[in-house]
Structures are given as C-alpha cells and as structure tokens.
Design a protein around this ligand. Sequence first.
Ligand code: OOB
Length: 507
Amino acid sequence: MFASHGERLALVSRGERVTYSSLKERVDRLALHLLELGVAPLDRWVVQLPNVPEFVYLYFALQRLGAIPIMALAGHRWNEINAFFELSGATGYAVSEKLGDFDSRQLIAPIRKAHPGLKTVLEAASIQQLISREVSLRSDRLDTVEVDPDEPCIMQLSGGTTGVPKLIPRTNNDYVYNTKAASAVNDVRPDDCLLVVLPIAHNFPLACPGISGFFWRGARVVLTESTRAADVFPLIERELVTHLELVPALLIRYINEPSISNHDLSSVRVINTGGQKLQPEVKRQAESLFPNARVQEVFGMAEGLLMFVRLNDPDEVRFETAGRPVCDDDEIMLIDDDRNPVADGEVGELLVRGPYTLRGYYGVPEYNARTFTPDGFYCSGDLMRRHPSGNYVVEGRKKDLINRGGEKISAEEIENLILSHPAVLNVACVPMPDPVLGERMCAFVIPKSGRTLTLPELTAFLTERGLAKFKLPERLELTDELPLSKFGKVAKNVLTKQLAEKIQAAP
Ligand code: OOB
C-alpha cells in the first residue's frame, strides 16, 4: 500500500514529516523486529497508544504480520485493560509511557502479574528504538508471512450493553473493503490532508476512511494529541487540512470558539461527524464558519455498517439525515417490538447484514445468540426511520448505554461496580441530557438503611477499582425506590424523564 506513493508526504506528527517510502521502511523494519521476537499470525496485542507516530508504525507492522491489535483507548485503566487480556489471551501489550497524566507503569506490572501469557511489552520509546536498530532478518522474510484474508486483522471494542466489554473481530477482507468504500464516498483525493483529532484507535479515524483510507489514496495524515481549538486551528491553517473527522461535541466546541474568526480555515472541504446525532442547526453554523466545507454526517459502528450522507445530496437531506449505507449489499431492516418489518417511514430497530458487518462478537456464543437473528442479521439497538430520500434518520435507541460525546458506556458495567459499594442497596445508571456532550451519566442509588453516599465518594471508589475516568457518573441521585416496568425491570425511561424535568426546573 505504501510502496506506490514513494516520496509523497504521508504523515505529519510531533513536528516530523514522514514520506511514504520512509513510512514503509519504518513499518517493515519494526515488523522484522517483531518477527524476530516471535510475533506470529493471529497473535493478539493490546495496543494503547494515543495519536502518536508509533501507533501508525505498530498498527501497520502488526497488519503486515497478520497479528491482531486490540484497540484500547488511552483513557482505559485496569478494569478495561485487564478485561481485554482476559477475553483475548493477548501476548503483547504496547502502551504509551504517559496516558494523559497517568503513568502507565502502574498498569504494566499488575497486568504482567495477572497474565503470565504476556510475552512482550513495548512502550512508545521502545518502538522507536526498535525502528532505529539494525535488523538481522532480510526484508524478504516478510513476504513469507502468510496472512489469511478471512481471518481477523483487528479487534475493535463494542459500546456494549452488558457488564463485560465485547471484542469485535474484523477480517482483513472486510476491513479493507470498509476503508475503500468509506474513502470513495468521502471524496478523498491524493492531495488531500486529514487531521486526526479523535482517538486514532477508534474505528472512525482509523478506517472510515481515517488514516487507512487516506494512505490508501496516497494522501496526507496529520496527527494531533491535543483537541484544543488553540492547537487545532493553527494546524489546519499550516497544513492546509482538507478533511476533519469529529464527534458532534468537538464540532460544537470549535464553532463556539471566539478565536475561530482569526484563522483561515478555508482549506477544509469536508467535515465528517459521527458517533452521535448532529443537529441540522449545528451543520448550518459549521458551514458558515468553515467557508468551503460541507458537513457530511456518518452513522457508523465498530461492528461494521457505515452510512454516509452523500456530498451531493440536496441540502435538506444532508442536514436532516444520517446518510445511507456505503455498499449496495448492506441489507437493512427496521423492525417493531414483535420483530416484524415496520411500514416504510415508520420508526423501527435497525438490523443489518452485509459484507463488512461482524458475524459475531469474540468468544461469547450466548450473547451472540441473542444479538443476531438466526439468519445472521445484527440487531443494533438503534431506532431509525427511512427518509423519503432513501437516507435514514436516527430516532433514538433501545440499548442500555450512555453516549457521552460519542464514547459509549455500558450502564450495566457501571451498575455492577457500584453495587459492590458497601453503602449501596440498588442502582440504575441513566443518561442525562447535556448541550455539548449529548449525554452524561447519572446514577440513581438506593442507599442501604442508615447509610448515605456522595458523588465524590462514589467516584473515588470507582477510580480505585480502576475504572476509566470517562465512565464515571457525573451526577448522583439518592432515592428510596426505583420505578419498575410491568415486567419488574427498572423503568429507566421513567428515570430519564424525571431527571430531564428536574434539570430543566433547576439546571
Ligand atoms: C461509532 O462507532 P461506535 O461503535 O463507537 O458506536 C456505534 C453507535 C451506533 O450504534 C449508534 O448508536 C451511535 O453509535 N451512532 C450514532 C451516529 N453514529 C453512531 N447515533 C446517531 N447519529 C450518528 N451519526 O460511533 C462510529 C464508527 C465509525 C464511524 C463513525 C462513528
């Protein structure tokens, strides 16, 4: 993939400018060192690197060897990383020395202890050292590695709705197809430039079309570790960025930044947003502040299916809908509670089957039996309706998660942890509306008799248990009882409504 673009500029990161031929050399050299260390096809590696060049080198080196990176986020802590090792039996761990203000050595030692099968740990600096060190194997050794195109090439993480995270195996064939199809509808040209602001390991900036799609077309990729407008705007100006991939929360932040008018943002042609619904009004505002840009919404999922609004859709379709599938062979069904297809234009749950959508989560047959129909459709838990244009409109969701600025948090995972607090009798976590992040998490807690609990006490307890910070509840409501549905389940829709009313009355 890199060889055909020679001396063109591929990657700009931390002030360094790397051409395609140099990128190929670095990736090959790292792959040879990994081969020497015994890395073999289908080995699993937990990769926890932020938007740094070492991520790019390692990701493509593992691809070259047919090994399977598991895409952890920099914000994950013991609770998540330990679960990925347990689920995958990974033999490698690549982690940045610093994860924000957290020293990753606090994770490495206990992970090593708990997982004796872990053979290799690489920090970002050791990745650089390997690349600069001479390698004894000849480069044609790489051509002898046989990669089966139908085997997984990556495991993405599911937003998940149960207590345990889920791993999504994506195969070489499906992920390459995913990348190519996304770069076609995203109008990526060889002279274009993508600025990666979102966490690079996420499916969106990695392959929708993301860095993979931009490299595929011989275009340029610029990485930034900071999401602040004060860093992002000057980068756009200096590097003549043409494409941005954002979640709504970031776009809303940028267009409300007073300094936006001091910058020349005219190079930006396409702003993709996904992960959460984007209001038409925000799209209009963004297009007036980025004078040459079109906002193109993406409805995507780590599980596969990608819908994109087309850049030449009429404005009202572009503003009102979340797009349509990128592939003619994506089969979409919208069904009602009795599992019958809804009438055209009615709201139903989105079911999907198609060439690049997963056939099952890794190692969880019972969960798969519930989440897929017998004929292989994935039940997404998203509620949608078909727009007369043929595009789709997102109308909500049935799944029990909180969508915090595009980051999905399983309510059940957090509830299970909160239940282990000695002062807690019962708990239900629900989304509360937020103007920028879309949603934040609120925990409704019934304390044990004679006990009480504050939000700081609760978050300190969860942090001590190694929960990622972005998953902490941001509001606590103490209550004597939780409303129940007629089946005896906690009626979360009642709680969500109560909370929204309470916030509106006293924000
Ligand atoms: C992306 O992937 P995930 O796996 O983090 O989340 C998938 C879920 C969808 O099932 C849906 O609930 C929600 O995120 N979602 C949207 C949306 N795009 C995703 N909800 C409303 N409007 C949208 N435009 O989030 C993702 C993966 C690839 C590309 C873009 C986003």
